[in-house]
Ligand binder design. Structure first.
Ligand code: UDP
Length: 344
């Protein structure tokens, strides 16, 4: 199969490309506005186009027309932006992505569209997991702008579903749950408020000795998924259109579920073990609105049900300690490299 990966230069994209090129026989056409994260990936055999498919109709047409299936990873996924740049979030995550959907419909190409675990909204009491075809979506009021991202993703999913049921387009939707791993990016200066993502905030603090902020006391829960598990999951969906078409799948690891406070403790413990030094990070409780801005609304998250993915023969392989250790190790090596470069 010839697979167009839109967003190939991003974190998940780079892991998907690596997996497809080295573990399968598929051909890969990568497109992205950057290829930075592909720098240390062996991309032999991949064709890559630098550019923005949401701004260049020619590039989009060519990528879609010349492939058998499109994996669309193009998105902003950054809770700070949801409250500070809500229109930008809708422009890309809904309007920009609809251009891709439309091209796939016109060229009769299958699309695998990335959505988000965020689409489930707030966890409801009495439920223990987010289940693709059962869970109701529960969001906050309109002034809680955080939910604009989830709403944009929901609208995108609903349009795909409408095209799917009318027979105009074959699609699969993926709802990823907090994917982390080597090459995860966005180190931030010590003490930074807002911005993506919790692992990177804590990693930045560990590297710089800065404070670890626990938003709303760190009681929210998340399930962390290794990027390689995610890449295998996407591939399982890609390779089984007859079972995966016209529906949504959670990709996540319910066994790797913990509170954000527990995440901070675990990361500190692993960091200390790997470096042999004690973390000096102060742990500070902070409100969601102070950390992210007005309009933020925090919510715990149920772990994903992964029964549907198990039906495709996929289960996650990486436990929490392994996932955290590999991601922290990557940043320790990266930090050493930049220190060495500065010294020379
Ligand atoms: N969070 C935190 N401290 C930080 C960054 C994030 O306590 O420095 C919390 C955030 O409020 C949320 C969780 O960690 O409850 C996960 O945030 P992330 O940015 O990773 O994205 P999300 O899973 O909400 O999309």
């Amino acid at each position: 199969m010839k697979v167009a990966v839109l967003g190939a230069g991003g974190f998940i994209g780079s892991h998907l490309v690596e997996h497809l090129l080295h573990q399968t026989d598929h051909q890969v056409l990568g497109v992205d506005v950057t290829d930075e994260k592909l720098a240390n990936v062996d991309t032999t055999g991949m064709t890559f186009h630098l550019g923005d498919v949401t701004k260049s109709p020619e590039l989009l047409e060519e990528a879609v027309a010349s492939s058998d299936c499109v994996v669309n990873l193009v998105a902003y996924a950054n809770p700070s932006l949801y409250v500070t740049e809500p229109i930008q979030v809708v422009d890309l995550n809904l309007h920009g992505n609809l251009l891709v959907v439309d091209a796939c419909r016109r060229h009769k190409r299958r699309i695998i569209q990335f959505s988000s675990a965020e689409i489930y909204g707030k966890p409801r009491e009495g439920e223990t997991a987010f289940i693709e075809d059962e869970t109701d979506f529960t969001y906050g009021p309109v002034h809680r702008q955080r939910w604009i991202y989830a709403n944009a993703k929901q609208m995108l999913e609903r349009i795909l579903f409408a095209y799917g049921t009318s027979g105009e387009l074959a699609f699969s939707v993926i709802r990823p749950f907090n994917v982390i791993g080597p090459r995860l990016d966005y180190l931030v200066p010590a003490g930074t408020l807002g911005g993506p993502r919790v692992f990177m905030h804590f990693m930045s603090a560990l590297l710089s000795g800065g404070p670890i902020h626990l938003v709303d006391s760190g009681t929210a829960t998340r399930s962390f998924t290794h990027a390689n598990d995610a890449a295998r999951g996407i591939t399982a969906i890609l390779e089984q259109p007859e079972r995966a078409n016209n529906q949504a799948f959670n990709i996540g690891n319910p066994s790797n579920n913990l509170t954000i406070r527990e995440l901070a403790d675990r990361m500190i413990r692993i960091y200390e073990k790997l470096t042999g030094t004690r973390s000096e990070c102060e742990i500070i409780n902070i409100s969601g609105e102070t950390f992210y801005g007005e309009g933020y609304d925090d919510a715990g998250r149920h772990p994903p049900s992964i029964e549907k993915m198990a039906g495709l023969g996929w289960t996650p392989k990486y436990d929490l300690d392994t996932t955290l250790t590999m991601t922290i190790e990557h940043h320790l090596q990266h930090a050493d490299t930049s220190k060495a470069a500065n010294a020379s």
